[in-house]
Ligand binder design. Sequence first.
Ligand SMILES: Nc1ncnc2c1ncn2[C@@H]1O[C@H](COP(=O)(O)OP(=O)(O)OP(=O)(O)O)[C@@H](O)[C@H]1O
Length: 487
Amino acid sequence: MNAAAEGRASDSPTRSGREDNSMPIRLLPETVRQQLCEHLDSLDVWQQLAAFVKLYPNDVQHIRIQSTRGRSPSMEFLNIWGGQYNHSVYSLFALFHKMKLHNAMRIIKDHVDDKFHKYIPRSMPTISELRAPASTSSKINNGPPYASSSGVTDDSNMNSNSLESPGDIRVSSVQRAAQSLLEIDYEELVIATENWRPENKLGNGGFGEVFQGEWKQLAVAIKAMNYIHKHNDKTQVHLQQSYNELKYLNTIRHDNILALYGYSINGEKPCLVYQLMKGGSLDSRLRAHKSKQPLSPLTWQQRLCIALGTAKGIYFLHTARSKPLIHGDIKPANILLDQCLQPKIGDFGLAREGPKSIDAVMEVRQVFGTRIYLPPEFLSSKKLSTGVDIYSFGVVLLEVFTGRLMAECTLQNDQQNLLKYVKAKCLQPQQNRLDLFDKHLVTPMGDELDKCLCAIEVGLKCAASNPQDRPSMDDVVKRFKTFSTES
Ligand SMILES: Nc1ncnc2c1ncn2[C@@H]1O[C@H](COP(=O)(O)OP(=O)(O)OP(=O)(O)O)[C@@H](O)[C@H]1O
């Protein structure tokens, strides 16, 4: 009998003998299972879990097949390990403990005896742990560029400057990152949002809720973290929750990068305060025809301007410092639009310093980002370069001009759908290519048609499977400048 059947993980955390009289995994409430699986899927750890409990190869193969069919691999793992092999929630808790999956321990802690809670580290969760996955399981390892207590670590080959474990984060480094940033009194944010009035809520994100408000005559968006810490260690919360946004967003000033105004840590919940982007996210704008109060679709010219602005923002990230900064999660949801529909790139939770130069490649231990926007060399060989952002940008371009969203293609079980479809269309005569364009507005004509076809062509080049075939962001910006009415 292998370890999976024997319950190898059950001798921990206490090693005081089996504690398997706890609830069987299969009886975990559905909401908890769901939350747990979304979290584990976002970390992409099912293979490590399966290896740790020595699941039979045919079980592993079963999970792999189900995963390619769009099923949650973590749910499959639980079904096998918890169902077939009848392990208890305690065993699962012990397994997570061994694998340092601390947030997973937190998710199921109410279903194991209180005496084991002490095995959950007292340290505050990292950004990666706090970022509950989005509604799909496509987001993988949201971990920021440091070894996370979720057990997912980056490669030791990585430049040490870009690799700080939560324990390594010094107050001084965060203070440095926050130096030019205002510390805002929480009460001012309560007033700004009219006491977090539900009508002021812009949406929910992985970190918590986002509200709009008026603070000192300034229209702001306030991200209120939903993690309520219990250890009264506000400095740690500040360090670990805000570090990446502070470190990167606060040090980069560019018209196409979202402005971070300040932070607040003296209240009920830690908050980050940003410029309010009245046009919402590009993602919501591309889906606007489906909303209850549909907005008019973006015009072709607006799409071309959004493409140019986003390309400029990425180019800046890749070139502003001696080492490129890789955003790592370029997608329509992270491109925000101001009232004039100018784009700004936000969400630097996954940004990291890249290899030594714009053309260099480095290997990392874990993939991070949103799977459907990630290139094959990163997904399969964990090769990180500026090419990752370029590929993601290419996918975004195809979405913007075709009006077809990758997430929706994925629902039809074929992530390559959009790329394949566009590639095939581009081989056809121009007349047939007209079908490519977003059907929610009049097909472009004349000069505009040429520009939009070129934009799609650039999108396809950026999303080339071979990173060598992708253009540089410099080339992309130059190309879009010629399409734009901007001088
Ligand atoms: N500065 C802003 N101005 C206007 N709306 C914003 C701003 N920042 C975020 N939002 C909106 O608030 C909602 C939540 O945003 P948030 O960035 O927290 O989550 P997300 O990007 O959807 O998810 P995740 O953080 O998991 O990637 C989204 O609808 C987003 O468009």
